[in-house]
Ligand binder design. Structure first.
Ligand code: DGL
Length: 270
């Protein structure tokens, strides 16, 4: 493929479902000239409760689908898939593969004042210890407290992002982290950017929130710049959304996560 062709190709983005559209939203805000092909594996969501082997197998199939559509890079817009499958994907495919985790770790450590970090994510992400390991490797003095918060994805998917029941659940999850003096909270799941407003209200200015969507978009831009892969033509970029299971509920949710309307969602067969 000539570099001319690959610059104009779309970015591929996948997630276990529609949560990764928060990353698409951030990518479009930062790089409005890029075309994007999104794959949400709605037929097999959630990944967070699956075994590492299964998560890796699904992630390879998702990446294969995007690569077969000619994308110039793949963004793994799922913390669970990044935590378990990123090295395998990078070793298997020839296009750049960018995960959400590395960018989140960089953003966490960008503030030298950061001493006590809380991490929340799916059971799969927290069990993998990928965040804990990556943070501890770079800053051994860091105090790290990670908690699996499996109830949060269903709240976000239900649209209950301001609900009083969610506040109770968040208190239950976050109070132990606050008791440890947490100064930074890493939102280790691509569903969680939709919880930013409620988290900001609950935690105030004392705790810095690091969200994986915007940090991943900034990281992707740097990779594309470094590899001379930014799209150069000025024709209108495209956005194609594929889901492995189509339902009215998934389409409505997709619109909420993306924050805008989009064309018809297409069915993907992996
Ligand atoms: N979006 C996924 C993540 O970032 C969470 C949903 C799931 O469990 O599949 O980990």
């Amino acid at each position: 493929m000539s570099s001319q062709v690959s610059q104009q190709a779309a970015l591929g983005v996948f997630d276990s479902g529609v949560g990764g559209l928060t990353v698409v939203r951030a990518l479009r805000e930062l790089m409005p000239n890029e075309s994007i092909i999104y794959l949400g594996d709605t037929a097999r969501v959630p990944y967070g409760s699956k075994s590492p082997d299964t998560i890796r197998r699904f992630s390879v199939e998702d990446t294969q689908f995007l690569v077969s559509h000619g994308v110039k890079a793949v963004i793994v817009a799922c913390n669970t898939a990044t935590a378990h499958a990123l090295p395998l994907l990078q070793a298997t495919f020839r296009v750049p593969i960018i995960g959400v985790l590395e960018a989140g770790v960089e953003a966490t450590l960008a503030d030298p004042q950061c001493e006590r970090v809380g991490i929340i994510g799916t059971s799969g992400t927290i069990r993998s210890s990928a965040y804990q390991y990556a943070l501890a490797m770079r800053k051994p003095s860091l105090q790290i407290h990670a908690t699996a918060t499996p109830l949060l994805v269903p709240f976000v998917e239900e649209g209950w992002t301001e609900h009083s029941a969610l506040k109770l659940v968040l208190k239950e999850y976050l109070n132990p982290l606050l008791a440890k003096g947490m100064d930074t909270l890493v939102l280790g799941c691509t569903h969680y950017p939709l919880l930013m407003p409620i988290l900001q209200k609950m935690l105030g200015k004392k705790v810095r929130l690091v969200d994986s969507a915007s940090t991943c978009a900034a990281h992707t831009k740097r990779v594309l710049e470094d590899q001379n892969l930014l799209r150069t033509t000025r024709s209108k970029p495209t956005l194609d959304i594929f889901l492995t299971d189509l339902s009215e509920q998934a389409e409505a949710m997709a619109k909420r996560f993306l924050g805008t309307d989009f064309g018809k969602v297409k069915k993907a067969t992996l």
